[in-house]
Design a protein around this ligand. Structure first.
Ligand SMILES: [Zn+2]
Length: 316
């Protein structure tokens, strides 16, 4: 019997927050107390950070050309003004489908909260999202794109369907943390339930070196998983046995959001970090022949799609 497959063209509209949210916290690396507000923003404006503590309230767009540092966190900057550790809030936006928002802060670093994106996710969901009048544009990968640094690599391949899949593996040279991998078809629910609340982590053996370099000043067991030689130092242990690789996925989504449009493709990463993630974003932008920017995605399904359907193309 012939199998029935339906091909749909669909268009998803851009989204923003329905209302303003605000909260306070400390920066992981600077240790600075920061107040932050997230405001709705119109279609095609993207994500903009605003430093309210600096005269003239300078704005920095969350785009890869504004990345100024990628060691231990991703920092954006423009004309000498910076905002650091942007990856977790950007990941929450990417994971929940927030295309446009203004992030105001009165300090140099996004608050770390509990080390994951869960606080941002909960706050955004408490006000909800609203549709805007323009369709969301996607970067659809058509030919492979790869970046590597010795044994570390990220590979982006075309997807069979109009989907984003992620396959991430880590392998640290630490007796307690060797191999972990996470492989999923990405969705808002996967982000919310399996990625967004994985915390950042660090090794106890690195803490002195980080502090000596002026980093991790705000770091504590309240906002990071700390890995000792033989045990996890946090009293309550881990949120998932593989929380580490899940957090690396969280970071990746924040870093890849700096492309300015969500990706349709298969992402395979091994031992990547902020530096290599940023290199991937730059490589994608350098090779426009390998992808297509479109607001219409084609999906193939034996069921009615749940998103906005605009045209049924063919029945096989
Ligand atoms: Zn992180």
């Amino acid at each position: 019997m012939a199998h029935l497959l339906l091909h749909y063209k669909r268009m998803n509209m851009q989204q923003t927050l329905r209302n303003v949210i605000e909260f306070s916290g400390i920066g992981l690396h600077t240790g600075c107390a920061v107040n932050m507000r997230i405001l709705p923003s119109g279609e095609n404006t993207g994500i903009t950070f605003v430093r309210k503590d600096i005269p003239g309230s300078p704005e920095i767009k969350a785009v890869s050309s504004n990345v100024v540092a990628t060691s231990y966190a991703t920092s954006l900057g423009l004309k000498g003004v910076t905002v650091s550790t942007v990856e977790h809030i950007l990941s929450a936006f990417y994971g929940l489908g927030v295309d446009n928002a203004v992030v105001e802060l009165d300090g140099p670093e996004v608050p770390i909260m509990d080390g994951s994106a869960s606080h941002f996710v909960n706050m955004i969901e408490s006000v909800g999202l609203s549709w805007l009048a323009a369709p969301r544009k996607y970067i659809v990968i058509k030919r492979p794109i790869k970046v590597a640094d010795r044994d570390k690599y990220v590979l982006l391949l075309p997807a069979d369907e109009a989907e984003f899949t992620i396959d991430y593996s880590i392998d640290f040279s630490h007796p307690f943390l060797t191999k972990q991998s996470f492989s999923k078809l990405f969705s808002r629910d996967v982000f919310r339930q399996e990625v967004g609340n994985a915390r950042t982590f660090g090794f106890l053996r690195d803490v002195e070196m980080l502090r000596a370099n002026g980093l991790a000043k705000g770091g504590s067991l309240h906002n990071a998983v700390v890995i000792g030689d033989t045990e996890i130092l946090n009293e309550d242990g881990l949120r998932y046995p593989d929380e580490f690789v899940r957090h690396k996925v969280l970071d990746m989504m924040g870093d890849i959001s700096l492309l300015g449009a969500p990706v349709i493709g298969r992402l395979i990463a091994h031992r990547s970090g902020h530096g290599l993630n940023h290199k991937l974003v730059k490589e994608i932008l350098k090779r426009p022949g390998r992808w297509e920017l479109t607001d219409t995605v084609v999906s193939e399904s034996s069921e009615e799609p749940q998103s906005i359907q605009i045209e049924k193309m063919a029945t096989v």
